[in-house]
Write a protein that binds this ligand. Structure first.
Ligand SMILES: Cc1cc2nc3c(=O)[nH]c(=O)nc-3n(C[C@H](O)[C@H](O)[C@H](O)COP(=O)(O)OP(=O)(O)OC[C@H]3O[C@@H](n4cnc5c(N)ncnc54)[C@H](O)[C@@H]3O)c2cc1C
Length: 377
């Protein structure tokens, strides 16, 4: 007998959609509510690491992602003027040797691909809807939705991101995500390079990753304490300021940010926050997934990867185990180490950058973590 027949997923981000698709394919009735009425991710690019690609293949969407996005097998490390100094190969994950080492795509394109797959898997989706109350007893969870409707589920999965509202039912004492002291600047720009490229300035590092045949996204991290509010209209000039020490391609992009010939609406800023919450990751019939329970900074481009892997492990445990409690304990038990590795290593990489610490430690930690993540889940 199935452990659950009817599941509610709260949050239609990367983790929530992957969980909904996988559970629906197992014959479970799945409802998904997404607070955003347009179901639109932010207009930035996202890097899809090799383990994310492996996970997305299991979800059944990797071909479409590779068709619409960009991909690469090496990273070029350049000086501030854009001359290539070293090239690192990016190995694929174990079991995904036929896939590229990494990929990139617009978040909106990724959301559309996963959204289509969610509908095709038979998930019932309601946009612009959240929940107002969850009330559980031993046999189920009563949910009151913000659109005035009610329903009862065997399991509720909170995949509602870093500021999760479901989390208070599982971790009522959690104080909230912690700012890490860095901000992330991103911009969609024309594709100038074939490979993923890192530009090493004396004080700033910047990266360009392909996200389609014609576009890349530029990313820069800077030191930013606190939740300083920065008006969106200042973002392009502030990003240009961060690129001051660069020549070559980045120097040209800098000029274009200042003269307005790059679409300014495609520049985004976000302060970075993170957390790794100890188990259990569920209370009764309410469980947490993705950023709701483990939110990372982007240093290893693996936040989406661990959200996808969490969805895979949760779906597997729900078919393997004999009790729901056992399945939810098994999910956190199997997934905790990999999620912890990403969050803690990413946090340390950010710290090294803020303290202008050892480059050797930075490279070694990144290399070792990425190697571990390529192992099977
Ligand atoms: C600046 C930055 C850059 C990053 N770059 C990368 C990268 O290159 N590669 C990578 O792998 N990872 C990256 N990450 C991490 C990655 O974006 C996240 O780890 C990933 O999106 C987590 O997916 P999720 O489904 O858990 O949460 P989210 O993607 O945040 O999705 C949560 C969803 O829940 C919805 N929601 C929220 N509250 C409710 C509610 N009450 N009811 C209903 N719906 C609700 C939201 O609208 C949203 O759609 C980056 C993160 C940051 C901050």
């Amino acid at each position: 007998m199935a452990l659950v027949n009817k599941v509610l997923v709260v949050g239609g981000g990367i983790g929530g959609m992957c969980a909904a698709i996988l559970l629906s394919r197992q014959g479970i009735t799945v409802d998904l509510v997404e607070a955003n009425p347009r179901w639109a991710a932010d207009g930035a690019g996202i890097t899809i690491s090799s383990q994310s690609l492996r996970g997305l293949r299991e979800v059944g969407v990797v071909d479409e992602i590779l068709r619409e996005g960009g991909s690469w097998n090496v990273v070029d490390i350049c000086d501030a003027d854009g001359h290539v100094r070293t090239t690192f190969p990016i190995e694929p994950s174990v079991g995904a040797e036929d896939l590229p080492g990494a990929g990139g795509i617009m978040r909106t394109t990724l959301a559309s691909i996963l959204g289509r797959a969610t509908h095709e898997a038979g998930v019932s989706v309601r946009l612009g809807t959240g929940f107002s109350v969850l009330n559980q007893d031993v046999e189920g969870v009563d949910v009151a939705f913000t659109d005035g409707t009610r329903n009862r589920y065997d399991l509720v999965i909170g995949a509602d991101g870093v500021n999760s509202a479901v989390r208070k039912y599982v971790k009522p004492d959690f104080p909230g995500p912690r700012l890490t002291g860095q901000g992330c600047w991103r911009a969609v720009v024309p594709r100038l390079r074939t490979n993923s490229t890192m530009f090493m300035g004396a004080t700033t590092k910047a990266g360009l990753n392909p996200i389609s045949a014609t576009e890349s996204y530029l990313f820069v991290l800077d030191k930013r304490e606190g939740l300083e509010f920065i008006e969106a209209k200042r973002w392009p000039s502030m990003l240009a300021g961060l690129l001051e020490e660069f020549g070559g391609d980045l120097g040209d992009l800098r000029k274009r940010l200042l003269d307005g010939s790059l679409e300014n609406s495609r520049v985004l800023y976000r302060p970075l926050a993170g957390h790794m919450i100890a188990g259990p990751w569920h209370a009764g019939r309410i469980a947490l997934l993705g950023d709701a329970i483990h939110a990372t900074t982007p240093h290893l481009a693996s936040g989406a990867g661990i959200a996808i892997e969490g969805a895979i492990v949760l779906a597997q445990e729900l078919t393997r185990r004999r009790s729901l409690e056992g399945a939810l304990i098994g999910y956190a038990g199997r997934h905790y180490d990999r999620a912890h590795l990403v969050v803690s290593s990413s946090g340390r990489l950010g710290q090294i950058e803020q303290e202008n610490g050892s480059r050797e430690e930075h490279v070694q930690l990144m290399t070792e973590t990425l190697r571990a993540l390529r192992e099977p889940i």
